[in-house]
Design a protein around this ligand. Sequence first.
Ligand SMILES: *[C@@H]1O[C@H](CO)[C@@H](O)[C@H](O)[C@H]1NC(C)=O
Ligand SMILES: *[C@@H]1O[C@H](CO)[C@@H](O)[C@H](O)[C@H]1NC(C)=O
Ligand SMILES: *[C@@H]1O[C@H](CO)[C@@H](O)[C@H](O)[C@H]1NC(C)=O
Ligand SMILES: *[C@@H]1O[C@H](CO)[C@@H](O)[C@H](O)[C@H]1NC(C)=O
Length: 286
Amino acid sequence: MKITRQLFLFLVFLWTTKAFSHLTPIPTEHFLLHETLDHLGNYHVFWKFNKTHITFEVHVKTRGYVGFGISPNGKMYPSDVVVGWVKDGVPHLSDMHTVGHFQPVNDTSQDWTLLHGQENNFGTVLKFERPLTTCDNNDTDIVDATMRIIFSYHPDDPTDDNLMPWHGATRRGAKSMMLLSTSKQYKLPNDSQTKDLVHHQFNVPTKRTTYQCRVYSLDDITTKHHVIKFEAVIQKDHEPFVHHMNIYKCHNYPRKYIGTNFECYTGSLDMMPCGNVVAGWAVGSG
Ligand SMILES: *[C@@H]1O[C@H](CO)[C@@H](O)[C@H](O)[C@H]1NC(C)=O
Ligand SMILES: *[C@@H]1O[C@H](CO)[C@@H](O)[C@H](O)[C@H]1NC(C)=O
Ligand SMILES: *[C@@H]1O[C@H](CO)[C@@H](O)[C@H](O)[C@H]1NC(C)=O
Ligand SMILES: *[C@@H]1O[C@H](CO)[C@@H](O)[C@H](O)[C@H]1NC(C)=O
């Protein structure tokens, strides 16, 4: 069985991310789940969940306010948001929703519980929890599916609770995430083997989109095995460049291509990816 894998890469950001150092802030407790929401490493979210509740801890490089929310389409409106900040050592947090592309309004039912807030060397830390399902129409249920998380931050605290300066076009964004995915918590059986199929030292070209292929042989697995888990392997800080990956199972693929790296769909006909997809991964699939 030979396998090819494709990458589809966005290049525009390649050099901008390299200029920043990526210090990961230290959470107040051990969280299994952690994501950086922006390319600059300014907005980190740690989280955990059980059957009924979810707890987030955001660490944001700012001394001002921080917004975090769930949106059906990745835009600010409509969305379910929580906004908080720390002023004179006192944390503030409000459960809100948007009614347009401007300052959100309070929910009548305040369903987030603020657990902790502080400013530290990294910036602002806010820890808050909520039931996965509230009975508030202005809250979005948190479910086991890809959800669009939105974020914003500003260097200043609101002048009062009801006047928030606009975060601006750069201090905001959206990321597709599977908040309740348990795959990262799944323990593999003790007799399982893992194999990394990686593109070794591949230079991303300067055009916008590249489909990159590589052919692997699994000749060393000689008896029947079950594939029980796939996981994306992406080098740290290279996340912005990888859009999706597919693994194809190929019969009768020319052996001479094993170990070669090439741009998919540009070589000879016998180098085409075979139609048999055994695994796929895309941004936001967790
Ligand atoms: C789930 O988490 C919530 C909030 O942290 C906690 O109050 C609750 O007891 C937990 N439930 C279980 C079954 O552990
Ligand atoms: C929103 O709720 C916060 C408390 O969570 C309160 O301090 C603030 O005044 C409220 N804002 C409005 C516009 O009602
Ligand atoms: C939800 O928000 C809208 C718009 O702000 C408001 O009119 C409505 O009363 C809210 N619903 C609940 C259940 O609070
Ligand atoms: C793996 O786990 C099984 C039980 O699930 C146990 O019997 C076996 O000894 C373990 N093998 C190793 C190498 O730990």
